[in-house]
Design a protein around this ligand. Structure first.
Ligand SMILES: [Fe+2]
Length: 157
């Protein structure tokens, strides 16, 4: 562990860095899957979904960056190469043959919900470890991606 401006004990910082890296792996994996949906979506809903998926990718990229930088701020390292992410992500792989608009919506909705499970669990851990700033960051992720998951679920109703 490197030195950190954080007042948290090194033990707590180590655990938080670990959970931030788990969320980073999921987040980078999900970002790549959103882009695959953005590129390959076809069907009558194309005009609405192509830019909607891009807006999800942009929002997630910003959070991934914040999460990685928080891990380093706490004295750790950020692990985010494609190979590291492939090993560490808890999300299922994106089907290579998906094309139809609502099929992509369903696949992304399932993955957003899986991603949010991890973020909520990490937020509870950060709370336990006495890190209100980590809790705040993860709460912003939850608020944004709950909303995005709702956009997707609303398209399926
Ligand atoms: Fe694009």
């Amino acid at each position: 562990m490197f030195k950190s401006p954080s007042p948290l004990h090194e033990d707590a910082r180590m655990k938080i860095v670990e959970l931030l890296n788990d969320r980073l792996a999921d987040g980078l994996d999900l970002h790549s899957q959103i882009k695959v949906a953005h590129w390959n979506v076809k069907g009558p809903q194309f005009a609405a979904l192509h830019p909607l998926f891009e807006s999800f990718a942009v929002a997630l990229a910003a959070f991934n960056d914040e999460i990685a930088e928080r891990a380093v701020t706490l004295g750790g390292r950020a692990h985010g190469t494609a190979r590291q992410v492939a090993k560490a992500s808890g999300l299922p792989e994106y089907p290579a043959d998906a094309t139809r608009d609502l099929e992509h919506v369903r696949l992304l909705a399932e993955r957003f919900e899986k991603y949010l499970e991890g973020v909520r669990a990490s937020r509870a851990m950060a709370e336990k470890l006495g890190d209100p700033d980590g809790v705040d960051l993860l709460t912003r992720v939850v608020a944004e991606f709950d909303k995005n998951a709702w956009f997707l679920r609303a398209s399926l109703e």
